[in-house]
Structures are given as structure tokens and as C-alpha cells.
Design a protein around this ligand. Structure first.
Ligand code: PLP
Length: 383
């Protein structure tokens, strides 16, 4: 635990909530979850399951109907063929990732994490006794990990590559040609790939989500695809995540759950079955709404002095180069919160001190008001 830091995202969100509770008009661009309500059919199913008394232990790795629904989802969305024994349900995708890294990573193993990265990856690796090794990506190259950068990070101790497309925090994605180049290296060096695809339905500008696991049998065998209900169906508090991959490893994750958390919440599992059965039009609706917000926020950034945003291709964040403000990312975020009452997450916690993460998982009114304050603040404070 001495090597592990507290989650900066949660810390800043807590401070913003505290200020809001005191009556300050805080606009929250810190959110890491969709703002809209959980869909009605999902809530109905939860109420039904409760009334029917579905409140007892379930199989640790998930109820058969949810494992089957997840199996089917992978086949329908990406043409990925698994059987139910390749699938395990956990208490959120974070839990899926944590368990997977615990099972795969031995002390001293190196895990390549493209940077900027989601806050929890390096800490999860450290908690397993492994060593996170960062592979740099840059805004000029749309935050895409290149084969060259991956090669630079490889050593004889490298075991795992973590990918996250669409990415939190950058909003970048990896297209098929990028993924092919990376997959070749994963296969050549006999690595394992963890592909966190939790934002797969949040993808913009007509781009298409591709899973690295769909690029051939060799890479599929070595890949664990992680996903969940939180972001896709606005079910963050209900804690359902899942992954698919090698059956032996999946079985071990089941054993780890046997002796730690046991099954994910019984009622939440039923709700996830209902969520996965929602018509495809539901996701398209959500995507179009978020695309509109991303365009709005992006256009307002044009007027904010010293802020250079990356145009998001996916997820619901604008990762913004703030170097020209002359402040560190933590100082900038402190000042925006205190002086403009706008909550933003410092890039430092994602591995880049010259960036800040602005979430557009909030209403258009909030985007307009929050960005107006950022613009005003920048006019007064940026040379
Ligand atoms: C939100 C998030 C997760 C975890 O979500 P859960 O609520 O645990 O399912 C995993 N990876 C990334 C990149 C995320 O942003």
C-alpha cells in the first residue's frame, strides 16, 4: 500500500460535491459517469427481481443467463466467438481488471501502460507486485500508441500490454491499422493483451469501434476483452463488469472471487441482462447526444486563451493541453475550482501534467455556463 496513491479523480469530485453542498454554484466537468438516468426497462427488471426474492447468493462467476447474454453481445457487436466458460461477471469493470491483473501478473513482471492512462491501471499493477512501464503517446499523434513506442517499452520481463480504446482520459481511439501493428508485436513477443473497451458505444465522427481481439485467432487467444454495464447503460452504482478470454484464466478469476467478493449483486446481474437486451437504437441515441455535447464544448474552447483541446474521437472527455496557462495541472484545477467554481481533473493523475480533463457527461446548459467561466477566467489570468 505504501506505493499506491489515492484516486485523484475521486478526491477532486468529493471536494466539488462538498462545495456544491455548501451552496456554491459549482459546474462539474469532473464526472466520470453518464449524467442520464438508468433506462426504465432496466430499473423495472431490478424491481421485479427484488419482488421475486432474487436476493440470495448466485454462482460466483455470474448467473448463467448473464454470462450467455455477454457471450452473445461479443458475437453480435464484434463477431467474437466465445463460449460461456470464457466469460466471468465481476463487480464492475474495475473489479474485472483488478482480478485479471492479480491472476496474470507475478512479482517483477512488467506491464506496458500507454500514457496518458486511466488512473487505476498502474496502481492495479503495483498491487499485484508488478511494474508498470509507460509507453508515451502524444496529442500530435492523436494519443495513438505506435508500434515504435511499444517496441521501446519492451524488455525480457514484459508480460502484458494494456489498451483502452476509446480512451479515458484522452478521448482518443485506436483504429484497425493501429491495432494490427500492435497485435503483431503482442503475438511476436508472446504477450497478453488486456483490452478495456468500456467506452465502445461512445464513438464519434463516424468512426467505428474495433476490438483488437477480432483481428485473428492468434491475437484473440492472447487477449482479454473487458467491458461492463456502467458507462454503456448508466449503471455505475450497480457494479456490473465482465470480461472474456482464455478459459483457464477465467476459471482462476472465478476462484479469486470465491474467496474475496463472491458473486456480484444478484439484482444488478438481472438488471444487466435487461440492459444487454435493449434495442441497438438506444446506444445510437446516447452516442448522438454525446457527439452533440462534444462539438459544443470543443467549439467553446476556441475562445479559451491558453487551452488547446484534443478533439475527442470517443469516450466523454476533452483532454486539453494547458501548458500555455503557465500552471501545473493541479494548480490550474485548484484555481478553476476556487476562482471559477468549475471542477476539472488534473492531467497529472493520468500521467500528463500539461493536460486537464474536461468531462462533457453533463447537460448542455452546464457546458455553456462552465465554459463561459473558463473563458472569462482565461482572459483575466492567461497572458
Ligand atoms: C469507468 C471506467 C472503468 C470501470 O468502470 P466500472 O464502473 O468499474 O465498470 C474502467 N475503465 C475505464 C477506462 C473507465 O473509465
Amino acid at each position: 500500500m505504501k506505493q499506491v496513491s489515492p484516486s485523484a479523480t475521486l478526491k477532486l469530485t468529493a471536494k466539488a460535491k462538498e462545495m456544491k453542498a455548501k451552496g456554491l454554484p459549482v459546474v462539474n466537468f469532473g464526472a466520470g459517469e453518464p449524467d442520464f438516468d438508468t433506462p426504465d426497462p432496466v430499473k423495472e427488471e431490478g424491481a421485479r427481481a427484488l419482488r421475486a426474492g432474487f436476493t440470495k447468493y448466485t454462482p460466483t462467476s455470474g448467473i448463467p443467463e448473464l454470462r450467455e447474454a455477454v457471450r452473445k453481445k461479443f458475437e453480435e457487436d464484434q463477431g467474437l466467438k466465445y463460449s460461456a466458460e470464457n466469460v466471468v461477471i465481476s463487480c464492475g469493470a474495475k473489479h474485472s481488471l483488478y482480478n485479471l491483473i492479480q491472476v496474470l501478473c507475478d512479482p517483477g513482471d512488467e506491464v506496458i501502460v500507454p500514457s496518458p492512462y486511466w488512473v487505476s491501471y498502474p496502481e492495479m499493477v503495483r498491487l499485484a507486485g508488478g511494474k508498470p512501464v509507460f509507453a508515451q503517446t502524444s496529442q500530435n499523434e492523436s494519443f495513438r500508441l505506435t508500434a515504435e513506442e511499444l517496441k521501446k517499452a519492451l524488455t525480457s520481463r514484459t508480460k502484458i500490454l494494456i489498451l483502452n480504446s476509446p480512451s479515458n482520459p484522452t478521448g482518443g481511439i485506436l483504429e484497425e491499422k493501429d491495432l494490427r501493428a500492435l497485435a503483431d508485436l503482442v503475438v511476436k513477443h508472446d504477450l497478453v493483451c488486456i483490452s478495456d473497451e468500456i467506452y465502445e458505444y461512445y464513438i464519434y465522427n463516424g468512426l467505428k469501434h474495433v476490438s483488437i481481439a477480432s483481428l485473428g485467432e492468434e491475437i484473440k487467444k492472447r487477449t482479454f476483452v473487458v467491458n461492463g454495464a456502467s458507462k454503456s447503460y448508466s449503471m455505475t452504482g450497480l457494479r456490473i463488469g465482465y470480461l472474456a478470454g482464455d478459459a483457464e484464466v477465467v476459471k482462476k478469476i472465478g476462484i479469486l472471487q470465491d474467496h474475496s467478493t463472491s458473486n456480484p449483486s444478484s439484482v444488478s446481474q438481472k438488471m444487466a441482462v435487461a440492459a444487454l437486451a435493449l434495442p441497438k437504437s438506444y446506444r445510437a441515441g446516447v452516442r448522438d447526444l454525446f457527439q452533440k455535447r462534444s462539438v459544443l464544448m470543443q467549439s467553446l474552447f476556441q475562445r479559451a486563451k491558453g487551452f488547446k483541446p484534443f478533439k475527442p474521437e470517443g469516450a466523454f472527455y476533452i483532454f486539453c493541453d494547458i501548458e500555455k496557462t503557465g500552471l501545473s495541472s493541479e494548480r490550474l484545477c485548484e484555481r478553476l475550482l476556487e476562482e471559477a467554481n468549475v471542477a476539472v481533473i488534473p492531467g497529472k493523475s493520468f500521467g500528463s501534467d500539461r493536460h486537464a480533463r474536461f468531462s462533457f457527461a453533463c447537460g448542455e446548459k452546464d457546458i455553456e455556463e462552465g465554459m463561459r467561466r473558463v473563458i472569462d477566467w482565461s482572459e483575466k489570468n492567461v497572458k
